[in-house]
Ligand binder design. Structure first.
Ligand SMILES: NC(=O)c1ccc[n+]([C@@H]2O[C@H](COP(=O)([O-])OP(=O)(O)OC[C@H]3O[C@@H](n4cnc5c(N)ncnc54)[C@H](OP(=O)(O)O)[C@@H]3O)[C@@H](O)[C@H]2O)c1
Length: 350
């Protein structure tokens, strides 16, 4: 059999601030022969996530740091083209840490076969997978969200945030969405059902929260941190819970931000902030997927994809997350959208 040529982005240097093209190196290599228990996967979809930036730092996080020269780590969906494992067959569609590369040679046990769903394959990133689980369990488990409560979501027009807004509505909450820009705010209020919106680029967040949450905040779904989190803390009410999902305003800073000034209100209101990582909920994926798919099919849960074509576009796609030029889930598409047992490829809703 002729050798397979792989193309990949490797980590060339560590960013100081937002990642630049100089932090990545494009390399062509020849793939090794498979060992027993390994498979070769051809990538179809690459998920581009804020956490990609965290993995580039010279420090371990919830996963070990990437070493210089390694293939950039990334979550992907792909199809098996060759297998030396009894459990995964050629043609199976799998998800795992495929990396920013066209092909991944991986132990089969490191990958999960994707269950068929009545949706395009990309829904495993736009609606389900790590994005859906984060939004669903962040609200229902970490924040113990309840009907009738007031929920505030930051980075609300993003992948996780836009699902959190709609999960809140489906749970019967009053939802206040914070996002940057008039078009994102229009989408959130007119199409996703947010009860109030705060465009943090046009309005001070603390003033916006005073306007939108006159009775205070019961639940925060925090994606941004810094001054946004501080403003939320300043308006929480008795027994409030904040699910600390992410701190995107701080991923490109080299100095830590000063701590929130409104912590005394957390004390007085007997509130709780809890960080969480989606990996802790992987064994409950089915539970979230059943709810999310049912809401989506009933027309109560929409998702948007922000798709760049071709592996070459991955570094620029990553920067969209920090520039705020994405609406919805940022993906890079390398192959055809197709999956056995599902409807033919269709565009997700907008
Ligand atoms: N805990 C977990 O397991 C877990 C899992 C997945 C994701 N996350 C976290 O969830 C958050 C959202 O991730 P995502 O994948 O859904 O990304 P996303 O929200 O689709 O994209 C990031 C958005 O963040 C906003 N943003 C960027 N820089 C900002 C800044 N300095 N100040 C305020 N807003 C800023 C931008 O929206 P605007 O235009 O509105 O500014 C941008 O569109 C991130 O913090 C991520 O780390 C956590």
């Amino acid at each position: 059999m002729s050798a397979t040529i792989n193309t990949a982005w490797h980590l060339a240097s560590r960013p100081a601030g937002p990642p630049t093209a100089a932090n990545f190196e494009w390399r062509e290599t020849t793939l090794p022969e498979l060992a027993d228990g390994q498979v070769r996967v051809r990538t179809i979809w690459l998920s581009i996530d804020p956490t990609n930036r965290i993995w580039m730092n010279d420090a371990d996080s919830y996963l070990p740091k990437l070493e210089l020269g390694e293939v950039m780590r990334g979550i992907g969906i792909g199809r098996i083209e060759e297998s030396r494992d009894a459990n995964l067959r050629v043609g199976d569609v799998v998800q795992g840490m495929l990396g920013w590369q066209q092909y991944c040679v991986s132990p089969a046990r490191a990958l999960s076969r994707l269950p068929p769903i009545p949706l395009p394959l990309s829904a495993h990133f736009g609606l389900l997978g790590h994005i859906g689980l984060t939004a669903y369990f962040g609200l229902t488990d970490v924040a113990q969200a309840r009907a009738g409560e007031t929920l505030v979501v930051s980075a609300a027009a993003g992948a996780v945030g836009s699902l959190a807004v709609q999960i809140g509505k489906n749970l019967g909450m009053r939802v206040v969405a914070i996002a940057g820009g008039a078009e994102k705010c229009r989408w959130l209020s007119q199409e996703l059902g947010a009860d109030a919106v705060i465009d943090y680029k046009a309005e001070d967040v603390a003033s916006g929260l005073a306007r939108a949450c006159p009775e205070g905040i019961d639940v925060g779904f925090e994606n941004v941190g810094g001054r946004t989190l501080d403003a939320v803390l300043g308006r929480i009410r008795l027994g409030a819970r904040i699910a600390l999902c992410g701190l995107i305003s701080q991923y490109n800073t080299s100095e830590p931000e000063p701590g929130p000034a409104n912590l005394p209100n957390l004390l007085m209101q007997r509130g709780r902030i809890q960080g969480f990582i989606v990996l802790d909920y992987l064994d409950r994926a089915q539970e979230a997927a059943e709810k999310l798919v049912a809401w989506h099919l009933a027309g109560h849960m929409h998702y948007r994809l922000d798709v760049s074509r071709g592996l070459q576009s991955a570094p620029a796609a990553l920067n969209k997350l920090f520039a705020g030029t994405n609406t919805g889930k940022v993906l890079v598409q390398l192959g055809d959208e197709w999956m056995p047992g599902t409807a033919a490829a269709v565009s997700p809703d907008g």
